[in-house]
Ligand binder design. Structure first.
Ligand SMILES: C[S@@+](CC[C@H](N)C(=O)[O-])C[C@H]1O[C@@H](n2cnc3c(N)ncnc32)[C@H](O)[C@@H]1O
Length: 231
């Protein structure tokens, strides 16, 4: 009985921490929404461009951008495929999503929803491709987020995750600095950690060179369905 009580107390505490972290992120990014698309932040779009350049995009696909911010990549992908497909973006911050929607009125195949990356509001097997840029380091439970990403991918579908990666001294320093100064930051991971996290989530891992040094792209593929006709 006492053990059960302790367990439910611990679980309640964990829930409070999760809620506080999500609220902190949402509030902070709501405040940043108004200036996020200014030219001084174009380096963020450059990173997204690097990642979009690697995608095996094809007309008719369903694509999801996790932690989409103001939805720049969603619009870009819709334009790249001449609107042929369905392009979704989710984010925790209502302010970012309001800007995303306001800028996407000419994109009928772009859709946005408020959601946590750790609990994606989509059926299993919905998406051909997932992207996630400069957002993963905010997630309190990275393994849970990756499990959700794998779940919503169709068999053979791929995740393209781009983020500062702490392989180099600069990457480690940026992580140390962000942990001290940015309460919404959780961690930058190194390539070995990404490999282990992807493997634990059931995604086969491949690197994809980005050319932008500390910003690295990590690709995970969900296994294809076994062909029942082969012996
Ligand atoms: C630095 S911005 C990146 C936006 C965009 N992906 C880009 O590359 O410019 C980080 C975004 O991640 C979102 N975010 C943070 N934690 C999240 C979570 N757990 N679930 C969904 N979005 C989250 C924030 O609200 C913010 O819009």
């Amino acid at each position: 009985m006492a053990l059960h009580h302790e367990n439910s107390k611990t679980r309640r505490k964990e829930k409070e921490i999760e809620q506080e972290h999500a609220e902190r992120n949402a509030q902070l990014w709501d405040r940043r929404a108004e200036t996020y698309d200014e030219q001084r932040f174009d380096y963020l779009r450059q990173m997204q461009m690097q990642l979009l350049g690697k995608l095996p995009l094809a007309p008719g696909q369903a694509v999801l951008d996790i932690g989409t911010g103001t939805g720049w990549a969603v619009r870009r992908m819709a334009a790249m495929l001449d609107q042929q497909g369905q392009f979704y973006g989710i984010d925790l911050a209502a302010g970012m999503l309001a800007r995303a929607a306001a800028q996407s009125t000419a994109y009928p195949t772009a859709h946005f929803a408020r959601a946590n990356a750790e609990a994606l509001p989509f059926r299993s097997g919905t998406f051909d491709l997932l992207i996630c840029t400069n957002s993963f380091h905010h997630y309190l439970h990275p393994a849970q987020a990756l499990a959700e990403m794998r779940r919503v991918l169709r068999p053979g579908g791929r995740l393209y995750l781009g983020d500062v990666t702490s392989d180099s001294l600069l990457g480690k320093t940026l992580d140390w600095r962000a942990r001290r100064r940015e309460p919404e930051h959780v961690r930058f991971y190194n390539t070995g950690e990404y490999q282990r996290l992807f493997a634990a989530a059931g995604l086969s891992y491949q690197p994809a060179p980005s050319g932008l040094w500390v910003f690295k792209i990590h690709v995970g593929e969900k296994e294809k369905e076994k062909d029942s006709t082969t012996l």
